[in-house]
Ligand binder design. Structure first.
Ligand code: F6R
Length: 607
């Protein structure tokens, strides 16, 4: 997730406005930033690594002249956060400047093709193919608009793009596919931006661009067309009544709720990983003697789910370990034959990095999954994958958890393929199921939220909750419990359901809410038994089950039904979503701020 803003003014200087607007998009990314403007027939660029304020203190963004400009604040996905990789990116001649949010999936093919035709690349980003493609169109005599449309038709993946050129200094062309982009109309100029808050101080008249649309901005008007066939789209501007603060949360009362709702998008992004990195990670794992999945908190629960995925799909044993326990528990067994797959949203968690350092010293191979390019974990890993969830502001991990699960599932599938453990039909079925996940999560968010809210209100005053699941759903039970615990401070227990009779069942008495995670997998029969066990002792049964599962529904006091179309091994992704919402609404019902739970920090960088 990055933020882009572009602007074309009738009079005045664009750069101070672009700079201010970018700062309001810093929640979308903050590892590098840049502005390019058009002045006197030339493009002027200032960009660097770092936060906007730091770069401004060094370079003074506001001094760049010109009425037209594009700007960007970055959250790295391809290429480290360096000056070269910061946007805007230019073509060979410095006549075209481009800012981009999204992932161009076919950039490697396009880059090879462009290099063969003599183009020179400076960065390691996927974005840089775009100015070179536009350059070719301009060299062939096309207008900026037509050259851009030709380039867009070559791109696969997601993008919100804004492009300026010295060939037409009174225009900005912008386009959208699966990354957000809004246009702003005002008396003194026109804008485009990744999000409304960026432009709200200047105008509240906006047009939301849809996927597959391209817009031509001129100082006094915008024209929107479809990329596929060039047909003009007529859409009235909406007047936005939100305050800037409301707009930053896109109208949601808290970042946590916004991030829960962003999951269909972050999951789509997590499906756009580069195959060669997945292959590399899977190859290292396949060749190892011992695998430890190292993480803390929510990331540890993603690792627990991954250990089931690796075993079931690839017949590979991987041991999930809490980072702070790793050295004591397994340190002596680590050696050159060990692979550590460290999972950390921030890439900066002290306990995880300490364990990683220890394992490196003992010659283990370190692999990483993180959300932050340039984080310490990326620097100490032999190979790593960036999950591409964009910054997560709510302290409770939500969208980063489901994206971690999706990345780990893709690694499990690669491993299964390398090790020849699944038939082609099984692989195809799993891939199709993986691809359906973003839509299924979108559907859950659309259909279940009201039901979950009702359940939250009904049980918000309870003093104790139990979360039970079997098999891979144990991870969902643990993560559901952690969400509730950390933001609503409600004491809760989570166990593999089969373990409950070895102790936890003693806390069950009349009315204790007991949440069962019951996807339709091989554990269902036994979970039915566990439900009856609890019910007979007076527990109130709240079930997360597959749509239409009448047996579970008959035994439950409250039910959330999850759509069917997902392979059971992927069930931790859809099944955690109602539990995230449950924790959120219980916290709100108790009058707590879910974005700022007491005593907790987003990134725990201390021992
Ligand atoms: C819980 C939560 C924490 C983190 C943990 C590890 O909602 O956010 O439990 O999961 O502190 O953080 P990372 O993944 O950054 O290493």
């Amino acid at each position: 997730m990055c933020g882009i803003v572009a602007l074309i003014l009738k009079e005045g200087q664009a750069s101070p406005i672009l700079h201010e607007a970018l700062k309001r998009l810093e929640y979308r990314g903050y590892d590098s930033a840049g502005i390019a403007t058009l002045y006197d027939g030339k493009i002027f660029v200032k960009k660097d690594a770092g936060k906007i304020d730091e770069i401004h203190a060094r370079l003074n963004f506001d001094s760049i002249p010109g009425k037209v400009g594009v700007s960007h604040t970055r959250w790295s996905t391809h290429g480290a956060p360096t000056k070269e990789n910061a946007h805007p990116h230019l073509d060979c001649k410095g006549n075209v400047a481009v800012v981009h949010n999204g992932v161009i999936e076919n950039f490697l093919e396009l880059k090879d093709e462009l290099i063969e035709r003599g183009h020179r690349f400076i960065s390691r980003t996927d974005t840089e193919v775009v100015p070179h493609l536009v350059e070719e169109g301009l060299d062939a005599g096309l207008s900026l608009y037509d050259a851009t449309v030709n380039a867009l038709r070559r791109l696969k993946g997601s993008y919100a793009l804004a492009i300026i050129s010295t060939k037409e200094t009174d225009k900005v062309v912008c386009a959208r596919n699966e990354s957000p982009l809004v246009l702003g109309l005002s008396d003194y100029g026109t804008f485009c931006a990744s999000d409304i808050p960026a432009i709200l101080p200047y105008t509240n008249k906006v047009i939301v661009l849809n996927n597959g649309e391209v817009a031509l901005l001129e100082a006094d008007k915008v024209t929107v067309k479809r990329i596929s066939d060039g047909v003009t789209v007529s859409r009235d501007a909406k007047v936005i009544e939100w305050s800037i603060e409301q707009a930053e949360k896109q109208g949601y009362p808290h970042f946590m709720l916004k991030e829960i709702h962003e999951q269909s998008t972050s999951l789509r992004n997590a499906l756009r990983l580069q195959e060669q990195y997945l292959d590399l990670i899977a190859t290292f794992l396949d060749r190892s003697e011992k695998i430890f999945l190292l993480a803390a908190g929510t990331s540890h629960y993603a690792c627990i789910a991954a250990s089931y995925m690796f075993s079931k799909l690839a017949r590979l044993a991987a041991c999930p370990v809490i980072s702070s326990e790793f050295i004591e528990n397994y340190g002596d067994s680590v050696g050159i034959d060990t692979v550590i797959l460290a999972v950390s949203q921030s890439g900066e968690t002290y306990d995880t990095l300490k364990a990683v350092d220890y394992a490196r010293m003992k010659a283990a191979t370190i692999l990483g999954i993180t959300n932050v390019v340039g984080s310490t974990l990326t620097r100490v890993s032999r190979a790593y994958i960036v999950q591409q969830s964009g910054p997560e502001i709510g302290v409770a991990a939500t969208k980063s958890y489901t994206a971690q699960l999706l990345v780990l599932a893709q690694i499990a599938l690669k491993l299964a393929k390398i090790r020849g453990k699944l038939s082609q039909d099984e692989i195809d079925e799993l891939k199709a199921s993986l691809n359906r996940i973003p839509d299924v999560v979108e559907n859950i968010l659309e259909t279940c939220e009201e039901k979950v809210k009702e359940i939250a209100i009904k049980y918000s005053k309870e003093k104790l909750f139990l979360f039970l699941g079997r098999g891979i759903s144990t991870a969902t039970a643990l993560e559901g419990r952690l969400k509730l615990l950390e933001i609503s401070y409600t004491p809760s227990l989570a166990y593999p359901a089969g373990e409950s009779k070895h102790g936890p069942i003693s806390v069950v008495e009349d009315g204790v809410p007991t949440i069962f995670i019951c996807p339709n997998d091989e554990t269902r029969k036994e979970i039915l038994g566990n439900i009856m066990e609890m019910k007979s002792r007076g527990a109130k049964i709240i079930s997360m089950c597959e749509e239409g599962d009448q047996k579970i529904k008959n035994l439950s006091d409250d039910v959330v039904e999850i759509p069917k179309q997902i392979h059971p091994i992927l069930s931790p992704i859809p099944y955690i979503v109602p539990l995230q919402l449950l924790a959120y609404y219980i916290a709100v019902e108790k009058g707590l701020d879910p974005d700022k739970p007491r005593n907790l920090a987003k990134s725990v960088t201390v021992p």
